[in-house]
Design a protein around this ligand. Structure first.
Ligand code: ZN
Length: 209
C-alpha cells in the first residue's frame, strides 16, 4: 500500500472514476493533477492536447526521444506535443513505470484478438469524451498508459502485463501549459493489464498556489 503525500493548495476537482469509465477536463498551466491507482494493477489510459490548439496533440515518440528515459515515463518526464509544447511533467511517481508504446484497447481489437462482440474499449471511451470538445477520430494519437508495465526484451518481444502497480500507487503531474486531459480507466477484461479485474481510480486536480 502506497501512501500519497498530502495535497496543499486549493482542490479544484476530486473524482473517483469508476472501473471502465472515461473522464476529462482542462487543466490550466501550473495546476496539478494526481491519479491514484486505488486498488492496484489498474491501467489508466491517458491522452492530452494543447487546450489552446487541439491539433497540437500528445506525441509519444517525441516524448520518449526528448526525455532519454527509454520507453518508460516516470518522475522528471515531460509529456510533449507534436509541436513540442511541454504539456505535463511527472513530478512524483510511486510506481516507477508508465507505458507509452502499448496503445489502447478498442472494440475492434477485442473482436480481432479475443473474438468478443461489442465490448467497449479505451478507444471508444476516448472518442466519447473528446466528442464533448468537438473532436473525433482524426484528433486521436498514441496514448500514455499510466500504471501499465510494458517491458521490451532484447529480441524485441513486448510483454503486455501483468500489471505491477500497488494499491495506492500515485502519479503527480504539473501542467506546463493549458492542457485538455482525457482518461479512459481501462475496461479490458480479456488480458492481464488490469489483472482481469478493472477497478476505480481517483483523480484530483488542484492549484498549488
Ligand atoms: Zn483499455
Amino acid at each position: 500500500m502506497s501512501e500519497q503525500p498530502t495535497i496543499t493548495g486549493n482542490i479544484i476537482e476530486d473524482t473517483t472514476i469508476a472501473a471502465g469509465a472515461p473522464w476529462s477536463r482542462v487543466i490550466n498551466k501550473d495546476e496539478m493533477m494526481r491519479i491514484v491507482d486505488l486498488e492496484g494493477k489498474q491501467a489508466v489510459d491517458f491522452l492530452c492536447w494543447n487546450a489552446q490548439d487541439h491539433e497540437d496533440r500528445y506525441a509519444a515518440a517525441d516524448t520518449m526521444k526528448i526525455n532519454k528515459t527509454g520507453i518508460f515515463l516516470t518522475t522528471g518526464t515531460t509529456l510533449y506535443s507534436v509541436g513540442l509544447t511541454p504539456l505535463l511533467t511527472i513530478v512524483a511517481d510511486s510506481c516507477g513505470f508508465h507505458d507509452t508504446i502499448g496503445g489502447c484497447c478498442s472494440a475492434d481489437l477485442n473482436k480481432f484478438r479475443y473474438d468478443v462482440d461489442n465490448q467497449t474499449g479505451c478507444r471508444e471511451n476516448f472518442l466519447s469524451e473528446i466528442d464533448k470538445y468537438g473532436m473525433g477520430k482524426r484528433d486521436m494519437s498514441a496514448n500514455v498508459n499510466f500504471f501499465m508495465y510494458v517491458p521490451v526484451a532484447e529480441n524485441g518481444d513486448m510483454d503486455m502485463g501483468p500489471s505491477i502497480s500497488k494499491p495506492g500507487d500515485y502519479v503527480d503531474l504539473r501542467a506546463e501549459s493549458d492542457v485538455l486531459a482525457v482518461i479512459s480507466n481501462c475496461p479490458q477484461i480479456n488480458n492481464p493489464v488490469n489483472d482481469f479485474n478493472p477497478t476505480p481510480v481517483q483523480v484530483t486536480v488542484w492549484n498549488p498556489a
